[in-house]
Design a protein around this ligand. Structure first.
Ligand code: F6P
Length: 548
């Protein structure tokens, strides 16, 4: 892969950025009455309106050329067909096989993985039906009422986000809980509310070696065995999801109650596998299948649509446009859909763990910006918190707005209030408010000229702030599946263009390594002295505070 900045498309984009620097989007809208039609598209039940961006048809042409320069189409095909594109871990990247709803085989090193995928889905179906129907009971014969997913990172964020997003589809009488943090408060506060006789734990860990997960699972196990006074109770109250049978067995979970997945599924891309068992238990396997169907529909679109009409590609290119040509450092995600409250947190891992890299796939330092900082909160909460900075601050922050046309809770006109706020915000960001407009407003309000002079600069909105809007009918499992797959592919495309490996995560390792030695320092008696002065100081102050 060659340096993307050397391509003619990159150079053309640099020139276009200069030319567009003084162009206001409000003028582009005024000049082109068809701007919405020109810069919007639909796929898998989702409309993307990207007309409120600092783009012209020429910008889009150059961006698509940039994608072509990166051999994107070849890369897409390589991913879908099981080539080991995760070079540093020598692995294929096949979350798309987990939701391959066609009859087509998918080969990894010559073996079709689809029979295994279908077999695990069938086991999930049997198990979820047994728990939901009350056939599977706890050790003392009581029905399961509470599901606790113990996992972290991809073994938590996907399950928790999807479960929450699909709340309207939950089975009555079942309550989900998610424990991730190694802070003992997390598991303690969760267990405090639970009855061991009716609680089912799902220990989810791809590696089955993540300390947070194992420590929390051990605590849960002890809590259960102590309460039910029988080791044998574990068999009815613990199941595991992992790629490591031996480690699951060593932990003491019967491997007949283990759901497998595979090395070619990245943690942050794993909710489509048995990692989504908590989702399937809460919403049922038909809804889980609809989630897979939605993702598959987006996969088909991504694999077959020409680059210029390809939704994940367009979103990825717009991200690159702001990141690399307008120096935007972050990307805000604003779901005007309370069910998507955890979507920004989910995207943080998906995007930042994938593309937060500073060397190319062959290990050379990059000299351009890569992954953006992802953040966000559901609307309208954000409006009363951080939108001030997006509207009038000094930074350029591209925004993704997400909204459903229809609410699961249609009460009075309240959903229309929500939507009007969503559309008003993207309009305000695009339009802004000029000095002349502010002056006219203040004059009409009969303010004196001194007051107008004082207030005027504070009330001006620069506008020209970019956003995308993703609009769908209703947040059902199919739409959610498509939405997640859209962002997964967006991240992949950006990684390809930046020439980084979006599928490893070595950056999480150093802290893990150092934590071991620091833990010793905290536990062992005496003063710590083997670290830098700050770390020693923190350890020793902590010990002194505890001794007080
Ligand atoms: O934080 C690093 C990470 O490896 C993530 O990529 C992963 O999702 C998470 O830890 C949990 O890993 P596991 O599923 O193996 O417990």
């Amino acid at each position: 892969m060659s340096d993307p900045t050397l391509s003619p498309a990159w150079q053309a984009l640099k020139a276009q950025r200069k030319a567009l620097a003084k162009t206001a989007m409000r003028d582009l809208f005024a000049e082109d009455k068809k701007r919405f039609e020109r810069f919007s598209m639909s796929a898998a039940g989702i409309l993307l309106d990207y007309s409120k961006n600092r783009i012209t048809p020429d910008t889009m042409k150059s961006l698509v050329k940039l994608a072509r320069t990166s051999q994107l189409q070849t890369a897409i095909e390589a991913m879908f067909s099981g080539v080991a594109i995760n070079l540093t871990e020598h692995r294929a990247v096949l979350h798309t096989a987990l939701r391959n709803r066609s009859e087509q085989p998918v080969f990894v090193e010559g073996k079709d993985v689809m029979p295994d995928v279908r077999q695990v889905l069938a086991r999930m179906k049997r198990f979820t039906q047994a728990v939901r129907s009350g056939k599977w009971r706890g050790h003392t014969g009581k029905r399961i009422t509470d599901i606790v997913n113990i996992g972290i990172g991809g073994s938590d964020l996907g399950p928790v986000m999807v479960t929450q997003a699909l709340t309207p589809y939950w089975q009555k009488g079942l309550t989900p809980h998610f424990v991730s943090n190694v802070d003992p408060t997390h598991i303690s506060e969760t267990l405090r509310r639970l009855d061991p006789e009716t609680t089912l734990f799902i220990v989810v860990s791809k590696s089955f070696g993540t300390p947070e997960t194992l420590l929390n699972a051990q605590l849960a196990r002890r809590w259960l065995v102590t309460a039910l006074k029988d080791e044998a109770a574990v068999a009815r109250h613990f199941v595991a999801v992992s790629t490591h049978t031996e480690k699951v067995r060593a932990f003491g979970i019967d491997t007949t109650h283990m759901f497998a997945f595979w090395d070619w599924v990245g943690g942050r891309y794993s909710v489509w596998s048995a990692v989504g068992l908590s989702v399937a238990l809460m919403v049922g396997m038909d809804n889980f299948a609809a989630l897979l169907d939605g993702a598959f529909a987006m996969d088909q679109h991504f694999r077959t649509a020409p680059l210029a009409q390809n939704m994940p590609v367009i979103m990825a290119l717009l991200g690159i446009w702001y990141n690399n040509f307008w120096d935007a450092q972050s990307q805000v995600v604003l779901p005007y859909d309370q069910y998507l409250a955890r979507f920004p947190a989910y995207l943080q891992q998906l995007d930042m763990e994938s593309n937060g890299k500073s060397v190319t796939r062959t290990g050379k330092p990059v000299h351009y910006a890569t992954g953006a900082i992802i953040w966000g909160e559901p609307g309208t909460n954000g409006q009363h918190a951080f939108y001030q900075l997006i509207h009038q601050g000094t930074r350029l922050i591209p925004a993704d707005f997400l909204a459903a046309a229809e609410s699961h809770n249609p009460i009075n006109q309240q959903h229309q209030v929500l939507l009007s706020n969503c559309f008003a915000q993207s309009k305000a960001l695009m339009l802004g408010k000029t000095r002349a407009e502010v002056r006219a407003e203040l004059t009409a309000a009969n303010l004196g000229s001194a007051e107008i002079r004082m207030l005027l600069p504070h009330k001006v909105f620069p506008g020209n702030r970019p956003s995308n809007t993703l609009l769908y009918r209703k947040l059902d499992p199919h739409t959610l599946g498509a939405l997640i797959a859209l962002y997964e592919h967006k991240v992949f495309v950006q990684g390809m263009i930046w020439d980084v490996n979006s599928f490893d995560q070595w950056g999480v390792e150093l802290g893990k390594q150092l934590a071991g030695a620091i833990e010793q320092g905290l536990v062992n008696p005496g003063k710590a002295s083997g670290h830098d002065s700050s770390t020693n100081g923190l350890i020793n102050t902590c010990k002194a505070l505890r001794a007080d």
